[in-house]
Design a binder for this molecule. Structure first.
Ligand code: G3I
Ligand code: 9MR
Length: 583
């Protein structure tokens, strides 16, 4: 053989080996995948954005330093919202445990990911530990918080009655204590409506998977007591919520807040006067729902407290029945009362769903026919839960407890199930033809403020459908939305702080921004893409699913919030509970 031919053959051989060696490929962020990872036996897929064809992929085992799987890439039939061509990498056939990368010759490699039996174990815990970090009125010591230890803020022992909240027994300017609770979000205020859906979501998570939570240790100060840690954490907020009810009449204040948002300072330095602001029907009904549910959940652990919750719930229901239309309208309120309050409004103007949620929880906990009478007439259409839409919080609870609800006609429950399954079908089917391979992303209208919570709540619906029907396709689609949240999406971010290779580093979160020397607090899911861009920060794109920016100014896409953390914690922990059979 001529030397030149040998030389050429050698070159071809070396380049082939080089291309097919994970160590020689650069990270290419156009490969989008769940950056945390997968269970060994689940459907495992990544998406590649590329205008030039891609043929083959391999899986590179980082520890062994070798290729462990190879496969063909297929082209997606649909383009992304921004018109990009997507390619599907399916490695479901590979089920070894370890740490891997996807490699594409001449293109690059992916972020690393795990395949593991307990792949979401740490993430599940962190998503709940996030609530501990949000605790108001208490020091967060190193023993539980590591490098994120901090001084407590907001003792909330001297909260003023705002003129909008004044009553005969509690006149304007009166000072009362209203300690504990979780900070709502990136801000330090405490809002009952948002606390309501948050606590309801976490209690429902527990009510569905009690065996899993019997064991789950969150390393919080109460971890040694006999109550499951998730319930101990929720208690921190329930204790606060109880203080928001006026014992004189049962009405519940809409929020506890400063008049304006505090600056980006640490909690103990955010010391402006806080107020109880106006009672509202929405807050009172959400409070009634949560307290009624808490009654039956805490009864086996703390029976005396449980009675307090039920009493509070009934009293709230009575007040709401006597004051059915006290909406929270912040601008109108500011025309009448001083000082003006311009913090989060949570101003829901349609309360038909709040009545249904409260009636459902009260009915399950008391079996009193008075509450069923309200439900009987309810519209059973499916609505995805959010802070302003809580109807299905109640309906999920009814289905979860249906065995004890013998007074409800079977046809009524059947209709509820049909509606739930048909909504789950629509999401599941939409996900089948979506380039990112998940229900989230199929409908551009899903990209609202807090869109990642939309993805999480879709996941919860799919898990409910899985529970009702036993059909694995719903569980797969729920996992698809988790894949979406953790990186298989249009921006390539894993939207959960501290989990994944490319995660938000500058969330709109006062606890984080006020201490720039630390990495962001871990386990928080940020709001996600939102093309309305109300914060007017710099965004890289206007396309709905790309409209996200990792800047601290971006409260409309990069803030964290308890009502987003709760459905995310639900999704990841429920999947982990199902996979480890701790139902
Ligand atoms: O639902 C509509 C949708 O139909 C429409 O297509 C879309 C177009 O923009 O808007 C959607 O409504 C948006 C709604 O969020 C969705 O939930 C509103 O425009 C938007 O203004 C509204 O934003 C709320 C935001 O406060 C401003 O009020 C968020 O839901 C809510 O999560 C957020 O909550 C804040 C608190 O006020 C203060 N604390 C932080 C917290 C998180 O950002
Ligand atoms: O920090 C606030 C955040 O929690 C809210 O979601 C957001 C919208 O209500 O408002 C943020 O506060 C900003 C305020 O609205 C405008 N001035 C700047 C504030 C901090 O960035």
């Amino acid at each position: 053989m001529k030397p030149i031919l040998i030389f050429t053959l050698c070159l071809i051989f070396t380049s082939f080996v080089t291309e097919k060696n994970g160590n020689n490929l650069e990270l290419n962020e156009s490969i989008r995948l769940n950056q945390v990872g997968f269970y060994p036996d689940q459907i495992k897929a990544a998406v590649i954005l590329s205008e030039t064809p891609i043929d083959r992929f391999f899986i590179w085992d980082k520890k062994k330093g070798k290729i462990v799987f190879e496969g063909l890439v297929s082209k997606s039939e649909t383009k992304t919202l921004s018109g990009k061509t997507a390619w599907k990498v399916d490695f479901s056939g590979f089920s070894e445990q370890g740490v891997f990368e996807i490699g594409i010759p001449d293109f690059g490699k992916s972020h690393p990911f795990k395949i593991d039996d307990l792949v979401y174990s740490e993430l599940g815990k962190a998503s709940l530990k996030a609530f501990y970090f949000q605790r108001a009125s208490v020091d967060i010591p190193e023993e539980y918080a590591g490098i994120w230890a901090r001084k407590g803020g907001h003792p909330d022992n001297l909260v003023n009655i705002h003129p909008s909240a004044a009553s005969q027994s509690r006149p304007e300017g009166m000072t009362l204590s209203s300690a504990k609770g979780w900070y709502d979000a990136g801000d330090y205020n405490k809002y009952i409506v948002n606390s309501g859906i948050t606590v309801g979501t976490l209690l429902s998570l527990y009510e569905n998977y009690p065996r899993y939570f019997a064991e789950l240790n969150l390393t919080i100060p109460e971890s040694q007591n006999s109550i499951p840690d998730i319930l101990d954490e929720v208690l921190w907020n329930l204790d606060w919520m109880l203080t928001m009810q006026d014992p004189a009449d049962g009405g519940v204040y809409h929020k506890l807040t400063t008049t304006k948002f505090e600056g980006m300072v640490e909690p103990h330095l955010a010391v402006n006067q806080r107020y109880f602001v106006q009672k509202s029907t929405a807050a009172t009904l959400d409070f009634a729902a949560v307290m009624a549910q808490a009654y039956r959940i805490y009864k086996p652990f703390t029976p005396e407290n449980a009675e307090v919750y039920l009493k509070a719930a009934k009293k709230a229901w009575k007040w709401a029945s006597e004051n059915p239309e006290l909406y929270y309208r912040q601008n109108e309120m500011n025309e009448t009362f001083d000082p003006d309050v311009v913090t989060g409004a949570y101003g829901d103007q349609n309360l038909s769903d709040e009545w249904i949620w409260a009636a459902s929880e009260l009915y399950i906990s008391t079996h009193n026919i008075e509450y069923w009478n309200i439900l009987e007439a309810a519209n059973q259409d499916y609505q995805l839960p959010s802070w302003a839409q809580v109807k299905w919080m109640g309906f999920y609870s009814l289905l979860r407890n249906e065995n004890s609800l013998t007074q409800i006609p079977q046809e009524w429950l059947s209709m509820l199930k049909i509606n739930l399954i048909s909504a789950a079908n629509s999401y599941h089917q939409a996900g089948q033809v979506q380039p990112y391979l998940s229900p989230m992303g199929a409908n551009p209208k899903d990209f609202i403020w807090g869109s990642n919570a939309v993805a999480s709540n879709q996941g919860i619906l799919l898990l409910e459908a899985f529970k009702l029907s036993g059909k694995a396709e719903y569980l797969q689609s729920a996992k698809g939305n988790l894949d979406y949240i953790l990186g298989r999406n249009a921006t390539g971010f894993s939207y959960v702080t501290g989990f994944g290779n490319k995660t938000p580093m500058y969330p709109h979160h006062r606890l984080a921004t006020s201490r720039p020397e630390l990495p962001p607090l871990p386990g928080f899911m940020v709001g996600g893409p939102n093309p309305s861009q109300q914060d007017k920060c710099d965004y890289p794109s206007d396309v709905p699913d790309e409209s996200f920016t990792d800047l601290a100014c971006s409260y409309a896409s990069n803030e964290i919030a308890i009502n987003w953390s709760a459905p995310f914690a639900y999704l990841v922990n429920a999947i982990q509970a199902i996979e480890t059979s701790g139902k």
